[in-house]
Write a protein that binds this ligand. Structure first.
Ligand SMILES: NC(=O)c1ccc[n+]([C@@H]2O[C@H](COP(=O)([O-])OP(=O)(O)OC[C@H]3O[C@@H](n4cnc5c(N)ncnc54)[C@H](OP(=O)(O)O)[C@@H]3O)[C@@H](O)[C@H]2O)c1
Length: 353
């Protein structure tokens, strides 16, 4: 169901450090203008919207006339502060509203409750930018799922949210009036680092549990691998779910300063980010582009500097052919409590034209 896209650069070359530096140092990706895309009448969800790149995405969506913005945050006090920032930065138009909704990726219960609330939206949501992410500087297991925290947030919980949102988009499709964002759009936020992951756990069985062993943990490597797993998932789900339900892609904002993520990694990394990073507002342009400018061709693909680009080389490798089905199976098993198997069956058999 995903389309074959040809690139003018190989995945290996795209993944090179030289290419990365070129991207970081060569100009700004273009901003979407309101003349180009007007979001009046549309509803968007941005997760991890209280700061960094998520807050900048929120501002850019409002600038494009978005009618309803849901700031999905784990800390509602920070969410309210973000709402205040957005409403004082520029006056909202009378038709624009911002709501702060609690969503904690560390808790499946919170994700299920959030999705239930999203299901009650009328009109339905059109755009979701799944931006929440972490890079814990220390090894930690989630107290309820017992999975390592980066894996939990950046991969498992993100996948659960994608599947629940897809179910809502499919369910509400028939009852919603058509808009320019039918089908809906879901963006999974990725990173340059996915391409540099060693993914040492790839031959372990079971696979997901290998991430929960402290001896396998390394702070940067773990972050990189969880972002790679996200790419494998996006490429895979796009083969199973038609873009007539939702266009789902992943997008890389590039290395950005002004976010909390690098600060967790210590002074050395923070200085490096300061030296070659871009402002979060520039990174946010790429996520917004992926959400509202990219079309069906981007289903299951990767957006970098507002263009379709190859994902991490591993995604196209022979090894991935072995690993992806195991990853898929274990992920669906992990999330079985949420009925994801039934969701997938109903999505893959969907005839939404
Ligand atoms: N900055 C970069 O250079 C860079 C580069 C490539 C990709 N990215 C990706 O871009 C996204 C945004 O990162 P950022 O740089 O803007 O970092 P950030 O400022 O740390 O923002 C991350 C957001 O995710 C939220 N979050 C973390 N754990 C969560 C949880 N369990 N439940 C709900 N929300 C949670 C954070 O909330 P709290 O404020 O409550 O912690 C925060 O709002 C991430 O997915 C990151 O991996 C960033």
């Amino acid at each position: 169901m995903s389309q074959t896209v040809s690139f003018d650069i190989t995945p290996e070359k795209e993944a090179s450090k030289l290419q990365f530096l070129r991207r970081q140092l060569s100009g700004s990706p273009p901003e979407v203008s309101r003349q180009d895309v007007d979001l009046t009448g549309q509803t968007a969800i941005v997760t991890g919207a209280n700061g960094g790149i998520g807050l900048e995405c929120s501002q850019q969506l409002l600038d494009l006339g978005l009618s309803k913005l849901i700031l999905a945050v784990r800390d509602e006090v920070k969410g309210e502060a973000a709402r205040k920032t957005l409403t004082t930065a520029k006056a909202l138009e009378p038709s624009q509203t911002i709501e702060v909704w609690k969503l904690d990726y560390a808790s499946y219960e919170s994700i299920m409750g959030f999705a239930q609330r999203v299901e009650g939206l009328n009109p339905r949501f059109n755009i979701a930018i799944l931006n929440a992410g972490i890079n814990r500087g220390v090894f930690a297991l989630n107290p309820t799922t017992h999975h390592e925290e980066d894996l939990q947030t950046n991969y498992l919980s993100t996948v659960l949210l994608v599947l629940l949102l897809l179910r809502i988009l499919k369910k509400t499709y028939a009852t919603s009036s058509l808009s320019k964002f039918s089908p809906g759009r879901i963006v999974v936020v990725s990173s340059d680092m996915a391409a540099w992951a060693k993914f040492n756990e790839k031959n372990d069985e079971p696979l997901l549990k290998a991430f929960d062993k402290k001896s396998n943990w390394d702070k940067l490597e773990r972050y990189a691998t969880t972002k790679l797993l996200g790419q494998l998932f996006v490429a895979d789900i796009a083969k199973r779910v038609p873009p007539s339900i939702a266009i789902i892609n992943c997008a890389n904002p590039g290395l950005c300063h002004g976010s909390a993520l690098a600060r967790e990694l210590g002074t050395g990394t923070a200085l490096f980010v300061r030296a070659i990073g871009r402002p979060s507002a520039i990174g946010a342009r790429i996520l917004v582009n992926a959400a509202i400018k990219q079309d069906e061709k981007s289903h299951g693909q990767y957006v970098e500097d507002c263009k379709l680009r190859p994902m991490a080389p591993f995604v196209y490798s022979k090894e991935a052919e072995q690993v992806t089905p195991r990853l898929w199976e274990e992920t669906i098993e992990e999330l079985s409590f949420a009925g994801v198997q039934d969701i997938l069956e109903s999505l893959s058999s969907a005839q939404v034209d």
